[in-house]
Design a protein around this ligand. Structure first.
Ligand SMILES: CC(=O)SCCNC(=O)CCNC(=O)[C@H](O)C(C)(C)COP(=O)(O)OP(=O)(O)OC[C@H]1O[C@@H](n2cnc3c(N)ncnc32)[C@H](O)[C@@H]1OP(=O)(O)O
Ligand SMILES: Cc1cn([C@H]2C[C@H](O)[C@@H](COP(=O)(O)OP(=O)(O)O[C@H]3O[C@H](C)[C@H](N)[C@H](O)[C@H]3O)O2)c(=O)[nH]c1=O
Length: 225
């Protein structure tokens, strides 16, 4: 069968050492047939608009579990002042100990919230994600001691990929968002966007304290067989 509802995810399959699929078409009947046809262990995820209650129920009837809601926050830059914020880094690397500490700093990620994913699987996946982010010249980074924010530019919007502040560096998160805002405004970008999990109340408060407003939300569903 040529799958049309599921797309294999190379990065996640490698990081979890099992075939990992993303639902790209949630139509229940063909999706159910494609899931039934998968042989062997696999993982799958789906993202729906959080207001799509019936779509979410249909996926849960197929065996998906609702793992979390992911709110998206935005900071509009119209009228924001640009300033000399220093240039972000492109490709770089973190020392191994810092990488391990940051990988363990995301208990609220959707993988951390999923009871079917072991803590060591989650931190291995997160470490690979952070290492890729650091190594990629297409993902820009502001780094400080014990803290970093990474982001991509898409259509005059800065989309935050990850932000992590180790407990000993608390306070640097707002400094990093300030550097990003000043740099983005100086480049004439329209806005900054970021996604987090609703369970991550510290992060939701953090974005709001820094002037971000809630714009929309998705629901993340997982399956593991
Ligand atoms: C895109 C993504 O990566 S989403 C996931 C975000 N990252 C994570 O969850 C990783 C783990 N958490 C962290 O790294 C940090 O806690 C961050 C990035 C969320 C915040 O960075 P910090 O430097 O600690 O934040 P900072 O000190 O600047 O705090 C500013 C505001 O954020 C909120 N905040 C920060 N930490 C907390 C906390 N533990 N509990 C409650 N509110 C908090 C508060 O509103 C705070 O204002 P206040 O100090 O006046 O109370
Ligand atoms: C964005 C991005 C992702 N990846 C990899 C790592 C992930 O396993 C997959 C799928 O990513 P996606 O579904 O886009 O992201 P998550 O739901 O896991 O995370 C969102 O919320 C997080 C808290 C975080 N803010 C993140 O930015 C959000 O996308 O793709 C990757 O390797 N590189 C990337 O830039």
């Amino acid at each position: 069968m040529n799958p049309t509802c599921l797309a294999r995810q190379a990065f996640d399959s490698e990081a979890f050492a099992v075939d990992y699929y993303r639902v790209v078409n949630p139509a229940p009947e063909p999706l159910g047939r494609e899931l039934d046809a998968l042989a062997g262990p696999f993982m799958a995820d789906a993202k729906l608009d959080a207001q799509d209650i019936e779509g979410s129920k249909a996926l849960q009837r197929l065996g998906f579990r609702k793992v979390c809601t992911q709110p998206a926050f935005v900071l509009d830059l119209a009228g924001a002042r640009g300033a000399a914020a220093g240039e972000p880094q492109a490709a770089c690397a973190l020392p191994e100990t810092d990488l391990a500490a940051h990988a363990a700093n995301f208990p609220f990620s959707r993988f951390g919230l999923d009871p079917m994913i072991a803590p060591e699987e989650r931190t291995r996946h997160q470490a690979r994600w952070i290492a890729n982010t650091m190594a990629s010249p297409d993902v820009l980074k502001f780094l400080d001691n014990g803290a970093f924010v990474s982001f991509k530019i898409r259509d005059a919007v800065a989309v935050i990929d990850l932000i992590s502040v180790l407990p000993a560096a608390r306070g640097r998160g707002s400094l990093l968002l300030g550097r990003l805002k000043a740099w983005a405004a100086a480049r004439g970008l329209k806005r900054i966007e970021v996604t987090t999990e609703s369970e991550n109340v510290p992060a939701c408060l953090f974005y709001q304290k820094n002037g971000y407003r809630l714009e929309r939300a998705s629901v993340a569903l997982h399956m593991r067989k």
